[in-house]
Design a protein around this ligand. Structure first.
Ligand SMILES: C[S@@+](CC[C@H](N)C(=O)[O-])C[C@H]1O[C@@H](n2cnc3c(N)ncnc32)[C@H](O)[C@@H]1O
Length: 301
């Protein structure tokens, strides 16, 4: 449905750069592969659970490059409206441009607002709130759920999906993001210490919650009906990734790409020793894959 256009990420904010470039290591083919393999199925699960009706107004919080929001526009039909909200003006501009190119702009609104303070979205004004992989960046998740409750009309629904990071890498403390780098374990610890200094475990919003907290916040916000499904998968192999691409990737927008992180904490000799060990594992996909995703739905009376 969406038009192809040249993606320019230079000079854009970090959310835009990461979403459209760094998370795929700058590789357009990898982006398409990830969309097909992981992201479209999650989008479809969120939208299935949202039980959209023709003519609904959907608010997609943290819309990013529009994964969920454009999917909603397609499902809603010509009478449905979608409000794209995000803290990134660059991403909102990107979505506005895409919507205009598709002739959809008349059914879209764009609101610059954080999830926990949705100013610009009136009380009881939307039928559905969707969000995917956004609360994980929000410190006050309880406030975000209260905002979702506030903006929904009676009978309105929330459908959201969040990765549960505490059920991923931290479950394999001996591995470096799922890879067994035993011979250079002490070098891996230096890199992990850098990551921990940027995102302290137990304190950082990405690492301070699990699925039970999401349910609690939804109940506390006032939703009388809340359901959550947790999907956890562990696999003994990872997707092989070309090394140069892997060096350009980072796990989330707040982290430096791997090459940058290694350059910050390893000497040139350590860099060589570490990458000599890690590279073949990355290229062969020799590692443990963990995924943990929560799908929460809630209905307002
Ligand atoms: C991982 S992306 C997900 C984007 C989109 N929802 C998707 O499914 O592809 C996270 C998005 O959340 C936005 N974001 C980060 N912190 C936010 C906050 N406090 N409130 C609202 N959006 C936020 C970012 O700008 C980015 O667009």
């Amino acid at each position: 449905m969406r038009a192809e256009w040249v993606i320019v990420t230079d000079g854009q904010d970090r959310w835009h750069r990461w979403l459209l470039d760094v998370r795929f290591g700058g590789d357009a083919a990898a982006r398409q592969q990830d969309l097909t393999r992981y992201l479209y199925p999650v989008r479809d699960s969120v939208l299935d659970r949202a039980r959209l009706q023709p003519g609904d107004t959907v608010l997609d919080v943290g819309a990013g490059d529009g994964l969920i929001a454009f999917g909603a526009l397609e499902r809603l039909g010509p009478s449905g409206q979608v409000i794209f909200s995000d803290i990134s003006q660059d991403l909102l501009d990107h979505c506005r441009k895409a919507a205009t190119a598709e002739g959809l702009a008349g059914r879209c609104r764009f609101v610059l607002a954080p999830a926990d303070s949705l100013d610009g979205v009136p009380d009881a004004s939307v039928d559905v709130v969707t969000t995917r992989s956004v609360l994980i960046y929000v410190k006050d998740k309880a406030a975000a759920l209260r905002e979702f409750y506030r903006v929904l009309r009676p009978g309105g629904r929330v459908s959201l999906s969040e990765p549960i990071n505490v059920l991923m890498s931290p479950c394999d403390p001996g591995l470096f993001f799922g890879y067994d780098v035993g011979p250079v374990r002490e070098l891996a610890a230096k890199v992990e210490a850098l990551y921990d200094s940027i995102q302290p475990p137990g304190v950082d919003p990405m690492l301070d919650f699990d699925d039970r907290d999401l349910v609690g916040h939804a109940v506390d916000a006032g939703f009388p009906a809340v359901d959550l499904e947790l999907q956890v998968s562990v696999r003994s192999a990872k997707q092989p990734v070309p090394w140069e691409r892997f060096l350009r990737m980072s796990g989330n927008p707040l982290m430096p790409p791997l090459a940058e992180a290694l350059g910050q904490v390893l000497s040139p000799g350590e860099f060589t020793a570490f990458t000599d060990c890690l590279r073949p594992l990355i290229e062969a996909g020799t590692g443990r894959e963990r995924r943990a995703i929560a799908y929460l739905t809630a209905v307002k009376e």
